[in-house]
Design a protein around this ligand. Structure first.
Ligand code: ATP
Ligand code: MG
Length: 389
């Protein structure tokens, strides 16, 4: 008995002429994701990708775990393959689905015959397989409308495939099909979720993190690296740029009106990040801002932040509640790390009464008066880059 994994493609099946290039990228991503688990053959036919392990010692549970993190996959299942012969199918089917049927009261058989030379038609395959299952598990009943379990028998070109459990994939578009964007990543809950959400739309990511030693610690940066590593399980390798931000923040503290500290700091972050993004051939910025969440995320504050640079900026969390963001954070496995108590440069020199309705021209003037162009250039020059994967 040999098992393979069948993968149903996500939204990309809606693509027209360039669908093939999407499929090729997805196959490349899948191969990259499972390469450490052994040797596999990965092929596509009739909108289904087949992963076949090439040795017996491969743990398919581990393969499924990895596949569940790949964008571009709507659903997948483990399937038994056997020769295209009704006797063989009847001999193996009951053993193979026995575990899945343990807690089921009702079932249905679904047959797909893409090899039209197979002597039995789909309804006949269903009848024979259904009969065999009823004979082996007499307590079960057939329910074609709302069964607890659906057993699928597919007669494909190369063999017969039997499967009974479909696992939901991540959905989205394969990484690398939408270009590249740069996430401004902090150690908080929001920005890793924003990164995940945009990667899900097929973007390759790079990341910019601002640190202000000695106000922020080495541990705080390591926490951000850990968060990016979690995101990279879905998004693939991420270039992380760490920008030394201390002098800029001290200058803002010394030269700008206190109630505008945060907003000016956020504007400088956007300017530095857009300069680094351009060097990276990245075409957009991504932030974890959510409308109204804090003083620097009111409509007027975001407007002032947005005007700081002229790069397209994605804010995928803009309309979400904190709880909705936390739910995704938990789902992707980032939450426990995000809530570790390390400082972020945003919490250094926070004003007692931040302006929630800053006026752009005053903010621009205050930033200009602080005269930070040279410092910004230096910070970009002294940025350190590592690859997270
Ligand atoms: P998060 O949970 O992502 O930290 P937040 O709710 O704490 O978000 P802010 O601290 O105001 O909000 O930050 C807003 C956004 O600014 C973040 O989502 C992130 O994109 C960016 N940001 C904040 N701090 C940093 C940092 N140290 N380095 C890079 N980007 C940052
Ligand atoms: Mg934060």
């Amino acid at each position: 008995m040999k098992e393979i994994i069948l993968i149903k493609l996500g939204e990309m099946v809606l693509k027209g002429l360039n669908r093939k290039s999407f499929e090729e990228i997805l196959i490349k991503n899948i191969k990259h994701k499972i390469r450490s688990l052994g040797a596999f053959s990965v092929k596509i036919a009739q909108s289904t990708i087949y992963i076949e392990p090439l040795s017996d010692d491969i743990d398919l549970d581990e393969v499924c775990e990895k596949i569940s993190q790949v964008f571009g996959i709507a659903a997948f299942s483990r399937a038994l393959i056997c020769t295209k012969d009704m006797n063989t199918i009847l001999n193996v089917v009951t053993d193979y689905v026995a575990d899945d049927l343990k807690f089921a009261k009702t079932f249905k058989v679904n047959a797909k015959r893409s090899d039209k030379k197979f002597p039995l038609k789909s309804p006949e395959i269903c009848a024979e397989v259904g009969g065999k299952i009823l004979e082996t598990f007499p307590k079960l009943k057939v329910d074609v409308k709302n069964p607890d379990i659906t057993i699928t028998v597919e007669i494909r070109d190369f063999s017969a495939c039997i499967h009974s459990k479909t696992i939901k994939g991540q959905g989205g578009m394969p990484i690398g099909t939408s270009g590249k964007a740069t996430i401004l990543i902090s150690g908080g809950i929001d920005s890793p979720v924003a990164a995940y959400m945009m990667a899900k739309r097929g973007l390759t990511l790079s990341a910019v993190h601002f640190e202000s030693p000695p106000y922020t610690s080495e541990r705080a940066r390591m926490k951000v690296e850990k968060l990016l590593k979690i995101v990279s399980q879905y998004a693939g390798p991420i270039e992380m740029h760490t920008v030394p931000f201390t002098k800029i923040q001290e200058t803002i503290r010394d030269k700008c009106p206190e109630e505008l500290f945060t907003i000016i700091m956020r504007r400088v972050m956007m300017q530095v990040a857009s300069a680094l993004a351009k060097e990276d051939s990245s075409h957009a910025l991504i932030t974890g801002e959510s409308l109204g969440q804090v003083a620097s995320q009111t409509l007027y504050a975001i407007e002032c932040t947005d005007c700081a640079c002229n790069m397209l900026t994605f804010r995928p969390l803009i309309g979400m509640d904190k709880q909705e963001i936390i739910d995704i954070s938990r789902k992707i496995g980032a939450f426990e790390t995000s809530i570790e108590p390390y400082e972020d440069c945003c919490t250094v020199f926070t004003p007692k009464h931040p302006r929630t309705r800053p006026i752009l021209k005053f903010v621009e003037q205050a930033q200009k008066d602080a005269d930070m162009e040279e410092l910004i250039k230096k910070a970009i020059e002294n940025t350190k880059t590592i690859i997270i994967q």
